[in-house]
Design a protein around this ligand. Structure first.
Ligand SMILES: CC(C)(COP(=O)(O)OP(=O)(O)OC[C@H]1O[C@@H](n2cnc3c(N)ncnc32)[C@H](O)[C@@H]1OP(=O)(O)O)[C@@H](O)C(=O)NCCC(=O)NCCS
Length: 204
């Protein structure tokens, strides 16, 4: 859903110097389990790769809209080094024997659509952590952060067959419409006007 190449010109995002860091927090999911939400770190590389390996082919296809055996190295590099004020990458972690596992991730970067004031997002939740409200919690935070970064809309491209993501988008008051010129793809989009009502927050 997120393309690997960013536009040459970037939108008028908030200057990096004025952007506060996201404060890590623990949240309780609907099934009682807890995760820590925090910004991605450079040292997360191996955990991101492991999380990708744990995903089924179907989940990878839903997320990347193509069959992927491995993460594109350039996209991984970009994901590990978000540009302050433009990109945002949030991970959900849980303790594991080797330290942590990443069980969810969501990100945005400037959209490549014609609307330079929009950012484009993507989200993935590990299979055994779904239907707990984790994606909702991640996207709620993206929405708030994107608004603070000065974006006026947040959007994403979703396969028309991706019923969970379409249901989630509708649940979070995104508009859902066919993506122009892309058969089988939908555009989910939500305006981020200052002062607009926040996303529905049922969890944490
Ligand atoms: C889409 C995805 C992110 C949803 O994650 P999730 O953590 O399970 O979502 P939530 O628990 O926050 O679900 C919120 C709502 O979305 C809808 N929803 C989520 N999964 C659904 C499913 N399988 N079937 C129907 N509705 C679903 C429901 O309305 C749900 O609310 P409810 O559980 O109270 O009924 C997850 O399935 C996923 O990672 N899929 C693979 C990657 C992908 O497709 N990413 C999106 C494109 S980038």
């Amino acid at each position: 859903m997120i393309s690997t190449d960013g536009p040459e010109t970037v939108p008028r995002a908030r200057p990096a110097a004025t952007r506060s860091r996201y404060r890590p927090r623990r949240i309780r999911l609907r099934d009682g389990r807890e995760v820590t939400l925090r910004e991605i770190r450079e040292t997360d590389e191996s955990e991101i790769l492991e999380a990708f390996e744990r995903l089924s082919d179907e989940s990878r296809y839903s997320r990347f809209m193509q069959h992927k055996k491995r993460i594109d190295p350039a996209a991984l590099e970009r994901g590990l080094h978000p540009r302050a004020g433009l990109d945002f990458v949030l991970v959900a972690t849980t303790p594991a024997q080797d330290g942590i596992d990443i069980v969810g991730a969501a990100q945005y970067l400037p959209s490549q659509s014609t609307d330079a004031r929009a950012c484009e997002f993507a989200v993935t939740v590990a299979e055994d952590w779904r239907r707990t409200g984790l994606a909702t919690a991640l996207i709620s935070r993206l929405v708030r952060r994107a608004r603070r970064d000065g974006y006026q809309a947040i959007e994403g491209r979703v396969l028309a067959s991706n019923l969970p993501m379409i249901a989630l988008a509708r649940d979070m008051r995104f508009d859902v419409e066919p993506a122009t010129g892309e058969t089988g793809t939908l555009l989910v989009r939500r305006a981020l006007m200052a002062g607009a009502a926040p996303a529905r927050r049922r969890y944490a």
